[in-house]
Ligand binder design. Structure first.
Ligand SMILES: NC(=O)C1=CN([C@@H]2O[C@H](COP(=O)(O)OP(=O)(O)OC[C@H]3O[C@@H](n4cnc5c(N)ncnc54)[C@H](OP(=O)(O)O)[C@@H]3O)[C@@H](O)[C@H]2O)C=CC1
Ligand SMILES: CC(C)(CO)C(=O)C(=O)O
Length: 344
């Protein structure tokens, strides 16, 4: 018996998105149309070159279809839109604006394979009748040049449903479980259904909010951060304590030993010198996802009465870095330098 393939629109085929497309196609239960932007021409012509710990080296790989624009729902009906762009709501277009043309109200399931907290809120607002899934990714995958992807760690995806109070929780969870089956059908990734999405999101923040962002501000990889005296105990631990306390205030109990767990496992070994994604973005001159990774936990914790002084300082440093990128990319204009010498 042949099973009909799910029709998937994948938006954002960089480091993580390309491996997601590959896993979806490998399982044979999905047919992927990928929307590409800066890598469109090179991939259309030559396909992706992928070096992956789980898939080996692939030259000229493409999903079923590659396009350079989000198709409209009237052109093609998609069962899922899998979003794997960076999520930068402070630098429009927003995710909701990007995917809007392809969303069929009440039909399309929107899957957010992105870091950060509360990323579902603008999706619920824009598409109140569509199920939205959370996919928390642990993978090390980067596009090192257009169309060239290096994936060093198994694609480990924790999938669950963001609960939209307007929709049936049973239906949302059934859809999440079905997507897990589609995603893992190829057997080359670790894909788990999670019921407690807030837990899985806050848990991941322990890394992203506290390590990723310190790496971005300092320009240092995980090995250098550990070697720099005082950074782990004076900066990363206090940040983790603040995030854990905010999670608790929000009703999410992270285990007491989680700080030691992340410090002893996620940063090791020192000579791995790993660059988290926000550091990669700063180095590439890309916008950073600081509003969802740092701003949202800060706003949520503060609103619940949790003092977060270290995180607040980090937030403002990241905000300044984002502004610097906006100047460099010309998305803001600043007044020209005044001629003060002439007035002396
Ligand atoms: N990299 C990693 O190892 C990990 C990343 N994550 C998370 O996964 C998500 C994706 O990250 P990552 O893969 O690293 O990001 P990348 O920057 O590698 O890829 C993002 C892709 O989205 C594309 N894109 C952005 N906007 C659009 C648009 N409007 N239309 C079409 N394509 C678009 C970008 O194109 P362009 O090149 O033109 O900008 C780029 O190809 C993020 O939320 C990140 O935090 C989570 C775990 C690990
Ligand atoms: C922690 C890590 C590396 C997980 O894959 C990540 O989320 C990132 O680099 O943003």
């Amino acid at each position: 018996m042949t099973v009909e393939k799910a029709s998937v629109l994948l938006v954002g085929s960089g480091g993580v998105g390309t491996i997601a497309a590959l896993n979806l196609e490998t399982g044979g239960r999905a047919s992927v149309t990928a929307v590409l932007r800066s890598n469109y021409n090179v991939v259309k012509e030559k396909g992706f070159k992928i070096s992956s710990c789980d898939h080996g080296v692939l030259e000229g790989w493409r999903p079923t279809e590659v396009v350079n624009k989000v198709p409209s729902a009237s052109e093609k009906k998609f069962d899922y839109i899998v979003v794997v762009t960076k999520n930068v709501p402070d630098c429009p277009p927003t995710v909701a604006q990007i995917i809007a043309p392809a969303v069929m109200p009440g039909h399309t399931v929107i899957v957010l394979v992105q870091n950060g907290l509360n990323i579902q809120k603008p999706i619920f607002e824009a598409f109140p009748d569509n199920i939205c899934l959370s996919a928390v990714s642990v993978i090390q995958s980067h596009e090192i040049e257009h169309g060239v992807v290096e994936n060093d760690d198994t694609d480990n995806l924790s999938i669950g449903a963001f609960h939209n109070p307007k929709l049936s929780v049973e239906k949302e969870q059934a859809v999440a479980k079905e997507f897990v089956e589609i995603y893992k059908a190829g057997g080359k990734c670790i894909t788990t259904y999670v019921e407690d999405v807030p837990f899985s999101r806050w848990r991941k923040l322990m890394y992203n909010t506290c390590i990723n962002s310190v790496a971005a501000v300092t320009g240092m990889n995980t090995g250098e951060l550990q070697l720099a005296k005082g950074t782990v105990d004076g900066l990363i631990r206090p940040l983790m304590d603040e995030v854990r306390t905010a999670a608790k205030a929000a009703g999410v109990q992270l285990p007491e030993d989680i700080t030691d767990f992340f410090i002893n496992n996620a940063l090791e070994p020192i000579d791995m010198y790993f660059e988290p994604s926000m550091l990669v973005d700063v180095k590439k001159g890309n916008f950073i996802e600081f509003e969802n990774i740092v701003g949202e936990p800060l706003r949520e914790g503060t609103a619940l009465g949790v003092p977060m002084p270290t995180l607040k300082t980090l937030y403002h440093l990241l905000s300044a870095i984002q502004y610097k990128t906006k100047i460099a990319r010309g998305t803001v204009t600043i007044p020209p330098k005044g001629d003060y010498l002439a007035q002396r």
